[in-house]
Structures are given as structure tokens and as C-alpha cells.
Design a protein around this ligand. Structure first.
Ligand SMILES: Cc1ncc(COP(=O)(O)O)c(C=O)c1O
Length: 963
């Protein structure tokens, strides 16, 4: 009897923890084989050898045991139902929208799209590069400014990036600020004002708030920002203002709305220098704040200063058109302390959705949506006026503001009818319509307003043919947009579905093979983690909805804040930053404000080891700090002597240290506690970069080690997919000292438009933690370390492995040195990266943190079979290099130099190479079964940078090709 009960208990436990073995690749047999290859008796032994005993957690994390996928979804449904989906007329940068189902299913919910990495390896990323080029073209056309980037984090941060770009441009040739004032029109969105304030102060920008109509800028100004249409919905003619600003050699940023621009004279034609905004309403759900893609476009003169990623047109080795990330070196390294922006992860997946929305609807479809929205708005405005409400803005697109004296009653009745409006003050209500609004919705709004003022609703007529007299003639758009063929071809669902598939097929994602990118943690993004993001109870919630409607979100957010605090060993957490680098900035601002609170305003030096990721110094500069770079020793560890020297030398001005742990070299440095102590002894605080948290969870923790603040890349350790370059989330966790200085506390330090950043994707990390539980997460960390050490053990016979810990083990990643092959065979790291594509693999991280190397991070989600396939590929490449070294293969005409080999090259009638086609395409027999063909041959980087083209080519160029 007793035995029977035990058996059942075991089965029940298994039911709850089933996800753990779905997430973690190797099974028990594989684990034992791998341990034997490494030469250790157990996983415990490996971990003991790898993680210094002084930083090991002494007890388990206080986190519940795992629950099953089914249980999780059932529980979450209940929580979701606590959110109330009211009709949202709040606007202010967030609008309800219809995601075309063909895009929802084939892009947003498709791992072939969302598990892609940032398109650094252009040859296997032509699909998303094409889509992002469409995004840039769409933004450039609609704003009438020639250069656009491939997305920023949100509208507010895009505004801050624009401000910083203009500030740096104006003051770059001087050693002091010559023009430090930035005018901010009072009718831009409130959240944008807050973000501008956070970004302005540390770098010495003075914000001047006011009414653009009455302001008189002088030579002390470098720029200004206005909103078009503004936060009250009013369409203002800024031409005179722009001229006034230009006359003092300053520039104008226009925050704007893409849908409105289908009808309005675009910013570029009004004379604006930069246009920014959010593309959210192009089919991307509100999601309680995000993720959405912000856009940024500007004039030619700023093309080398534009923040973020730019996709450009270039050629490949066969002279065919090929796309790539332009000015890639500049972006990749973010130019360290000389950086003007720290944007790395952006919002690629959402930019792709918005671009596809434009492709699907085309210029005419978009215009019709805009006309319908504005016609309904006009009808609503006219009837509300008839009912006695006073309209505050005569010219408008989709947003109208009325003077009211019945706020309380209006709120009560509108809530009873499940609709939300925006009250900017007690006597002003703003209503924003969107593409989901119907005639019945307008009737419902009217009846709410009429009831609130005890009026009988008058008969409403909807006149399809009515003149649009809400937009002044002088601001009606006359220029064409989206004339490129791509915006005209895919309007049927069949065509759209095939277009999406064609692009997807060009790109290598996790659906094809492992993506072993060091520092990027391309782990499983499980379907159960992702499914709820599309549920209406999460996706259709406005970030400014009343808290009585967001109880579900509030529950998850509070719980997640607690869970992440527990995991990091800290006291508090902010879920606001939208990327790792944004977390760095927020964390450093917390340090800065802490010192200020102690009257230590002179503490302005941040120490950063030479091995740090480029975003570290870039964020430090943005937060107003001076960066002092410290050395690493030959083993890749922080040179503690040098660190001590610098800390003591800068003792009086030391603000802190930024450190990545385990290090960017993939090692658990033994001296980390001592390093933290040195910084503390000299008055500084320790910022820990959480990019490598995948090697810490459950084994150690930043707070336990001695750091004061860390960020977490939820798009690495906590399973948010990379989406081809975003979304991401970079929450920060802090100790008690820094808790009062988290973003948004006392309305200071805001870094994102929405309080919880891209709230809807927090669900993914929440699911990850709930379904793995304490034991599963710890196991995941151990397997991340096991998988890396197994690969290292297999590869070390062929390649030099740079940097290991005391016992010869690595953390969750390791660096393979390819530099010797340059001398011996003329083969460079890039050749190896490109040749891996012929084997069906994405290259590991290339030349970071050491030039001429690759950094491999397998993650826990890959099983031994996949790890072996990857090792076999690298070993086979090693043999190919040897053939070049010993003269069997030609130094120039070899499989590495000519890689990757496309289908059309391999099947061409002509073949002039010194090796057979089969060797080019199928270097290992196993590849035949599931061959992935790179879409283009090696892309020419220099050509692309010299001839920067970052929109789809003009229509004429297609005509020529056709001819
Ligand atoms: C070590 C390290 N720090 C910071 C970052 C920046 O994170 P994010 O791209 O989310 O801004 C990265 C990104 O890869 C990284 O590897």
C-alpha cells in the first residue's frame, strides 16, 4: 500500500515539473556522456570547480516549485480575466488597432520570425533585412525625410535620442556647451516630457517648456520639439516656428503619427529636421505599454549621427543586390565612451509587424483607414458641439478635446459603459478614435456624453461623402507615399502569406538550428510562455487605463518584481527599462541620484574594465559620468591591482564600477568580492551588467556577491525571444540603498513611456520562472555551464580556447581563438563565421570581446546531439583550414574564402573552383537531410557603407530591372 502511494506522488510531481525537461536539452544518458567527456564525475563537481565557493548561495532561492504548462495557462487565464478590456479612447500615443490575422499568425506568433537574432550575419538574414528596409522606407515616405532607422524603443526615448543627436551635433566642435537649451512645447505627450527630463539633466541640457506660438528662441538653443498633431489632438501649422528656430541655427524635432501623415503635410515638407514617433497603431497591440517600434527619420546631414540600427542596400560577392546592417561597426561597438547613444536591442519584430501592416494595406488602404477614422472623429465632434460641449481644438485628425464641467459624472457613466477617455485636467477631456472605432461606437460615446449632461441624444447621420473640414487645406498632404512596388503587391491574404513565408525562408532562426551566440543566450522561447501575449485581456489594455481595470497585470507585475528581486538577491525592482542598455542607464541614474542625495555631486567617475560591452561606457556617458577604463590581465580577468589603483586615484570622485559577471570572457572571476569591496571602500557603488545572468541564477546572485544594482536582459536569461533584434526588457534590481531612486519614483528618472515598459512580454519571463520554479531554474544554470564545458572539451583539441577559470572550466560560454589561422592560412574569423552557414549554423558572437575570435554560448536548451552537430561542423572547418595551411587547398580559392555558397552558385552551369560543388554545399553528409541555403553570397560591407542607401530603391530602379 505504502509503495503504491509513493509511486503516485512521484507521478504527480512529474506532472508539475514536466516543463523542466522540455526546456533543458540533455537527458540523463547524454548528461553522463558529457560529464565523462569533460572529465568530471558529476554535475555538482563541475559546478564546484567552476563557481567560486565564496559566492555560492548557501540556501535555495525562496521561489516555488515548478508548475506544468497546462496548470500555468489555466492559472494565468484566471489572472488575465481580472484585466478589463474597455473601449479605449485615451490615445496619447497608444491606440487600439487591428493586427491582420495573417500577420498575427505568420509573423508575430511564428518562431520562424520571433526566434531570429539581430541580423549581423546578413547572408542568412535577408528576409528580416528586407522587411526592416520596408519599415525604413515606410517611415521615410510618410515623414518625408530621407534617412530612417530600423526602430527605437518607444516614442519618448526616440524623442530623447533626437534631442541628444542634435545637442551633440551642435556642440561637437567645442570643449564646452555653446548651445545647451532645448525648447519643449507644452502640448507634447506627458510621458515624452518626463523622458526628456531624465535624459537632459545629466548631460547639461536645459529644457525650456512653453507654448511654441510665443517662444522666442535665441543662439543658446540647439533645438526644439513639437507634437503633430499635439497631445490635445490639434493640428498646428509649425512652418513659421520652424523658420524661427532655423534662424538661430537650431533644429526642430517633430513627434508625429504615421496614420495622420497619410492625410497631413509631412514633417519633412514643413521643414522639420527630425521626425519621431511610434508605429504601434500599425497593427501592434497596445499590450499595456508595449512592445512597439518607435521610428526616427532625419535629413541626410545627420546620417552618420542617427542612433540605432540602419539597414542598407549593398551587393554580394556575385554583384547581386544584398541587404545588411549599414555602418555596422559603429553600431556594434556603440563607440564606447565616444558614443552618442546606447541603443543596441531595438524593436525589430514590432517594426516588421508595422511594415507588414503597411505592405498589406498599401498606400490606398492606409489612407482609407485614416479617412474613416477622421470622418468618424469629425462626426463625433460636430454632434458633441451640438450637444453643447465646447471643442478646444478646431483642427484635428483623430483626437478631439472638449471643455467640460462634469468630469465626475462623465467618468462614472463612461466607466459604466466600459469606455475610457483621457482627462488632462478637471475641465478638459480628450477622445481619440482609431481604426477599430465603428459608427456604433460613436453613437455610444455620444450617448455617454449626453447622459452626463442630461441631454437627449440627437439623431446622428454618418455622411460618407462629407467634406473633411477638420484639416486645414494648407496642411493637407499632396505628395504621394509608399509608391514602391512592395507596398502594392501583397494585398490579398494568399499573397501576404506567401510573402511572409518567402522572407522567413531566407532567415536562419532557432527553428533551424542552435544559435550559439555568446553573451546573447539564444535559449528556448517556449510556446506556452508566448501564447498569452496575444490574449486580448493582455494585448488590448492601454498603459494609462485606470488601475481598477488592470488588476491582472498588477498582480503579475508585483509578483515578477518580487521574483526577480529574490533571484538577484536585491530588495526592489523596476520593470520599466525596455532593453539591457536602457537598464544600464536607469541603474546608473539611480547611482547618480543616490550620490546627489548625499550631497556627493562631485562623484562623477565610473570605472569600466576594458572587456566591457560597448553599451556600458555609452550608458555611463549618457548618465553624465566620466569613464575611466581599467585593465584586464592575461587570463582575461579584471586586473585587480589596476582597478585598486584607479579606485584610489579617483577616490574623491568615484561614483562606481560597471562589471559583467561572469565576465565577458566567460569566466567566474575569483576576485569579484574583493573588486566590490575596493569600490565600496572608495565611496563608489557597484553596477553589475546582467547579460550573463544565465550562469548565475540559483547558484549565486549579484546582491549576494556585493553589487548594489544590476540589470537583467529578460530577452536572454528569462526567455523573451530576440525577435530579430528586439523586443527586449532590461529591468533593474537594486538594494535598499538605491530603492528610492528607481525610475519613476517621485516622478523622476523615467526611462520609458509606459510605467512597466513593454509590459505584455513580461508574461514570457513570468511563465519561465513559474514553470521552471526554483529547482528548474537552478538546473537550467547548471546545464548552461555543462553544455558550454562539453563543447569546450570537444573543441579544445583543435582550437585554442581563450580564458578559463582556476580549474580550467568555463562558465556558460567560452571564446575560441581564430587569430592563429590568419598567419598560418590567411583565414580570418569572418571566414569561419560565413563557412558555418554552409553547415546550416549561425555564427557565434564574432570578435566580441576579443577581435579575431568567436564566443560560443550553447545555452541549456540544446541537447547533446545538437551540440555535437555544431562541434562536428567546427572540427570539419578546422580540417578545411588545415588543408589551406598544408597547401592542399588554394589560399584564395577555397571553401572558406568563398563561403557562404548559395544554391544558385552551386547549381550554376559554370563552376570554376578548385574544389567540388558537393564540398561547397554538403561538407558533411548529415547536412543533406535539412540543408539551409544562404540567400546571398558574402555581402560587401565596404560597398554598402560607401554608398549608403537605406530605403527601398526608387520605383525607377525596378522599371530598369524589369526592362
Ligand atoms: C554584456 C552586455 N551588456 C549589455 C548589453 C546590452 O543589452 P541590450 O542589447 O538589451 O541593450 C549586451 C547585449 O548584447 C551585452 O552582451
Amino acid at each position: 500500500m505504502e509503495i503504491k502511494i509513493k509511486l503516485f506522488m512521484n507521478l504527480f510531481e512529474k506532472q508539475s515539473s514536466e516543463f523542466v525537461s522540455r526546456h533543458i536539452g540533455p537527458d540523463d544518458t547524454e548528461t553522463n556522456e558529457m560529464l565523462a567527456t569533460i572529465g568530471v564525475a558529476s554535475l555538482d563537481e563541475l559546478i564546484d570547480k567552476t563557481v567560486p565557493s565564496g559566492i555560492r548561495l548557501q540556501k535555495k532561492l525562496d521561489i516555488a516549485e515548478p508548475i506544468s504548462e497546462f496548470e500555468y495557462l489555466t492559472e494565468l487565464k484566471k489572472i488575465a480575466n481580472k484585466n478589463k478590456v474597455f473601449k479605449s479612447y485615451i490615445g496619447q500615443g497608444y491606440y487600439d488597432t487591428i493586427t491582420p490575422s495573417v500577420i498575427l499568425r505568420n509573423l508575430f506568433e511564428n518562431p520562424g520570425w520571433y526566434t531570429q537574432y539581430t541580423p549581423y550575419q546578413a547572408e542568412i538574414a535577408q528576409g528580416r533585412l528586407e522587411s526592416l528596409l520596408n519599415f525604413q522606407t515606410m517611415v521615410s515616405d510618410l515623414t518625408a525625410l530621407p534617412i530612417a532607422n530600423a526602430s527605437l524603443l518607444d516614442e519618448g526615448t526616440a524623442a530623447a535620442e533626437a534631442m541628444a543627436m542634435l545637442f551633440n551635433h551642435k556642440n561637437k566642435d567645442h570643449d564646452h556647451i555653446t548651445a545647451g537649451k532645448f525648447f519643449v512645447d507644452e502640448k507634447i505627450f506627458e510621458q515624452t516630457k518626463e523622458i526628456l527630463s531624465t535624459r537632459a539633466t545629466p548631460v547639461g541640457i536645459e529644457l525650456v517648456f512653453g507654448d511654441y506660438k510665443t517662444t522666442e528662441p535665441d543662439e543658446k538653443y540647439f533645438g526644439a520639439i513639437v507634437q503633430y498633431p499635439n497631445s490635445h489632438g490639434s493640428i498646428e501649422d509649425y512652418r513659421n516656428f520652424i523658420e524661427k528656430v532655423h534662424s538661430v541655427n537650431a533644429q526642430v524635432v517633430m513627434a508625429t503619427d504615421l496614420l495622420a501623415l497619410t492625410l497631413l503635410t509631412p514633417p519633412g515638407e514643413l521643414g522639420a529636421d527630425v521626425a519621431i514617433g511610434s508605429s504601434q497603431r500599425f497593427g501592434v497591440p497596445m499590450g499595456f505599454g508595449g512592445p512597439h517600434a518607435a521610428f526616427f527619420s532625419t535629413k541626410e546631414e545627420f546620417k552618420r549621427n542617427i542612433p540605432g540600427r540602419i539597414i542598407g542596400v549593398s551587393i554580394d560577392a556575385q554583384n547581386n543586390r544584398a541587404l545588411r546592417m549599414a555602418l555596422q561597426t559603429r553600431e556594434q561597438h556603440i563607440r564606447r565612451e565616444k558614443a552618442t547613444s546606447n541603443i543596441c536591442t531595438a524593436q525589430a519584430l514590432l517594426a516588421n509587424m508595422a511594415a507588414m501592416y503597411a505592405v498589406y494595406h498599401g498606400p490606398q488602404g492606409l489612407k482609407e483607414i485614416a479617412e474613416r477614422v477622421t470622418l468618424l472623429t469629425q462626426t463625433l465632434a460636430e454632434h458633441l458641439e451640438e450637444s453643447g460641449y465646447e471643442l478646444a481644438n478646431q483642427n484635428y485628425f483623430d483626437t478631439i478635446t472638449f471643455k467640460i464641467n462634469n468630469r465626475e459624472k462623465l467618468t462614472e457613466i463612461s466607466q459604466a459603459h466600459e469606455m475610457n477617455f483621457h482627462f488632462s485636467s478637471d475641465d478638459l477631456v480628450t477622445i481619440s478614435l482609431d481604426e477599430t472605432t465603428t459608427k456604433n461606437d460613436v453613437l455610444d460615446i455620444l450617448s455617454v456624453f449626453d447622459s452626463a449632461s442630461d441631454i437627449d441624444t440627437s439623431a446622428v447621420t454618418f455622411d460618407n461623402e462629407a467634406d473633411l473640414n477638420n484639416i486645414p487645406d494648407s496642411l493637407l498632404r499632396t505628395s504621394d507615399f509608399l509608391q514602391n512596388p512592395v507596398f502594392k503587391k501583397y494585398h490579398s491574404e494568399t499573397e501576404m502569406m506567401r510573402y511572409l513565408k518567402t522572407l522567413e525562408n531566407k532567415d536562419l532562426s532557432l527553428t533551424q538550428s542552435m544559435i550559439a551566440l555568446g553573451s546573447c543566450t539564444m535559449k528556448l522561447n517556449a510556446a506556452t510562455e508566448l501564447i498569452p501575449v496575444s490574449w486580448a485581456h493582455f494585448s488590448r489594455i492601454h498603459p494609462f487605463a485606470p488601475s481598477s481595470q488592470t488588476e491582472g497585470y498588477d498582480f503579475i507585475i508585483k509578483d515578477l518584481e518580487k521574483l526577480l528581486s529574490t533571484i538577484t538577491g536585491f530588495a526592489a525592482c523596476s520593470l520599466q527599462p525596455n532593453s539591457g542598455a536602457q537598464g544600464e542607464f536607469a541603474g546608473l541614474m539611480a547611482i547618480r541620484r543616490y550620490h546627489e542625495s548625499k550631497n556627493d555631486t562631485h562623484r562623477n567617475v565610473i570605472l569600466i574594465p576594458i572587456s566591457a560591452h560597448g553599451t556600458n561606457p555609452a550608458s555611463a556617458v549618457m548618465a553624465g559620468f566620466k569613464v575611466v577604463v581599467t585593465k584586464c590581465d592575461e587570463q582575461g580577468n579584471i586586473d585587480i591591482e589596476d582597478l585598486k589603483l584607479q579606485a584610489e586615484k579617483n577616490k574623491d570622485s568615484l561614483a562606481g564600477l560597471m562589471v559583467t559577471y561572469p565576465s565577458t570572457h566567460g569566466v567566474f572571476e575569483e576576485g569579484i568580492k574583493e573588486i566590490c569591496d575596493i569600490v565600496h571602500e572608495n565611496g563608489g557603488l557597484v553596477y553589475m551588467d546582467g547579460a550573463n545572468m544565465n550562469a548565475q541564477v540559483g547558484l549565486t546572485a549579484p546582491g549576494f556577491i556585493g553589487a548594489d544594482v544590476c540589470h537583467l536582459n529578460l530577452h536572454k536569461t528569462f526567455a523573451i525571444p530576440h525577435g530579430g533584434g528586439g523586443p527586449g526588457m532590461g529591468p533593474i534590481c537594486v538594494n535598499e540603498k538605491l530603492a528610492p531612486f528607481l525610475p519613476g519614483k517621485n516622478n523622476e528618472g523615467t526611462v520609458s513611456g509606459a510605467q512597466y515598459g513593454s509590459a505584455s512580454i513580461l508574461l514570457i519571463s513570468y511563465a519561465y520562472i513559474k514553470m521552471l520554479g526554483e529547482s528548474g531554474m537552478k538546473k537550467a544554470t547548471e546545464y548552461a555551464i555543462l553544455n558550454a564545458n562539453y563543447m569546450k572539451a570537444r573543441l579544445k583539441k583543435y582550437f585554442k580556447i581563450l580564458f578559463t577559470g582556476k580549474a580550467g572550466t568555463c562558465a556558460h560560454e567560452f571564446i575560441v581563438d581564430l587569430r592563429p589561422f590568419k598567419n598560418s592560412a590567411g583565414i580570418e574569423a569572418e571566414d569561419v563565421a560565413k563557412r558555418l552557414m554552409d553547415y546550416g549554423f549561425h555564427a557565434p558572437t564574432l570578435s566580441f570581446p576579443v577581435a579575431g575570435t568567436i564566443m560560443i554560448e550553447p545555452t541549456e536548451s540544446e541537447n547533446k546531439q545538437e551540440l555535437d552537430k555544431f562541434c562536428d561542423a567546427l572540427i570539419s572547418i578546422y580540417e578545411e583550414i588545415k588543408s589551406v595551411e598544408n597547401g592542399e587547398a588554394d589560399k584564395k580559392d577555397n571553401v572558406l574564402k568563398n563561403s557562404p555558397h548559395t544554391l544558385s552558385v552551386v547549381t550554376a552551369d559554370e563552376w570554376n573552383h578548385s574544389y567540388p560543388r558537393s564540398k561547397a554545399a554538403f561538407p558533411l553528409d548529415s547536412i543533406r537531410e535539412n540543408k539551409f541555403w544562404p540567400a546571398v553570397s558574402r555581402v560587401n560591407n565596404t560597398y554598402g557603407d560607401r554608398n549608403l542607401i537605406c530605403t527601398c530603391e526608387p520605383v525607377e530602379s525596378y522599371v530598369e530591372v524589369d526592362a
